[in-house]
Design a protein around this ligand. Structure first.
Ligand SMILES: [Zn+2]
Length: 338
């Protein structure tokens, strides 16, 4: 099933300007001298130099009371001024129940722990095969779970924990198997008939490889389904950090990103919009970026995101009430299961 035909990746497509970060008042730039409308007089420069030297002397003598040498202080302060704090060390994590503190741009990666940036595009199989889940009256999907060998999965409990989260999510009755047509089976690839590939390779992947496979035109971290190679690419940055709309609930975000990208992998190509204010978001809504139709429309005016400016509540599940009902608030769209 799912003969791979050359297709572009199904990732979060959008046409978006580079994110504008509100810096909360930090990092302000100051002109060294006030503009007085004319040329600066020589005496003004001399006076300024004197002030600077005196200030530095006072500063250095204050520092010498500490154990750090002025050189070390200089190095530390230079690193800070350069903005050399990369994403891996930026800011505080979320406060449970209160979400993130501070202002963030749409689609920005939340603060939190480190993740894998460098890629190899080589993967290790993780987890164990397990029996079929779901009825699968129509379609039975086999999958394997893999971790790129540059990803330090021990940061999130180990590769087997990643596989266990995938298994637990796909075997939940609120996941795709809520549709009786569908079943999944975590298989041992070496036990498949000669020449048969698993239908899905669910892969925890560094940002570098994710950008190569999924694209990175707009410099937002996303995950994707790449039909070539049956790849469901889960971005380690998102696995470790989640997404702002989930307000720090990393467990729910992980369930969401598995269900959403596997949804693409089993034929749900289209994204969905929020159907009503306060409703649960469809799993095929781009919840990594926003829960609001208007914001998603601004990100990609070409997309269809439902009516009006409705804002949904985050939801990881295709069938949050346990089975497919066409008129539920979380309609999943149309599945192309050819
Ligand atoms: Zn998507």
């Amino acid at each position: 099933m799912n003969q791979p035909t050359p297709q572009p990746p199904r990732w979060e497509r959008f046409d978006i300007p580079a994110p504008v970060r509100s810096n909360g008042g930090h990092g302000h730039h100051r002109s060294p001298e006030p503009r007085t409308g004319g040329r600066v007089q020589r005496w003004q420069l001399v006076a300024l130099a004197v002030v600077v030297v005196v200030t530095l002397l006072v500063f250095v003598s204050a520092l010498s009371a500490d154990s750090e040498s002025p050189d070390q202080q200089q190095a530390a302060s230079t690193a800070t001024q350069d903005g050399a704090q990369d994403e891996n060390s930026r800011g505080e994590g979320p406060v449970p129940g209160e979400g993130y503190q501070g202002e963030f741009a749409t689609g920005e990666l939340p603060p939190g722990g480190p993740y894998a940036e460098k890629g190899s595009d080589k993967y290790q199989v993780v987890g164990q095969p397990s029996p079929k889940v779901g009825e699968g009256r129509k379609d039975h999907y086999t999958y394997v779970v893999e971790v790129e060998d540059t990803v330090d999965a021990s940061r999130s409990g180990g590769g087997d924990a990643f596989a266990a989260m995938v298994d637990a999510t796909l075997s939940n009755p609120k996941s795709w198997i809520g549709d009786k047509d569908i079943s999944f089976e975590h298989v041992d690839e070496s036990a498949l008939p000669e020449g048969e590939e698993p239908d899905l390779r669910i892969q925890l992947t560094s940002t570098e490889t994710t950008h190569d496979v999924c694209g990175f035109t707009y410099r937002l971290e996303t995950s994707c389904n790449m039909p070539i190679g049956n790849r469901v690419v889960i971005n380690d940055a998102r696995w470790m950090r989640g997404a702002l709309p989930f307000d720090g609930d990393l467990g729910s975000y992980r369930q969401y990103v598995i269900n959403h990208e596997v949804g693409h992998g089993i034929g749900y190509a289209a994204h969905q919009g929020c159907r009503a204010d306060g409703a649960l978001a469809p799993v095929m809504m781009q919840q990594t970026l926003s829960l609001n139709n208007g914001v998603l429309h601004d990100i990609n005016p070409e997309g269809t995101y439902g009516q009006g400016d409705a804002t949904c509540r985050a939801n990881p599940w295709p069938y949050p009430t346990g089975g497919p009902e066409p008129d539920t608030e979380t309609e999943n769209g149309i599945r192309n299961d050819s």
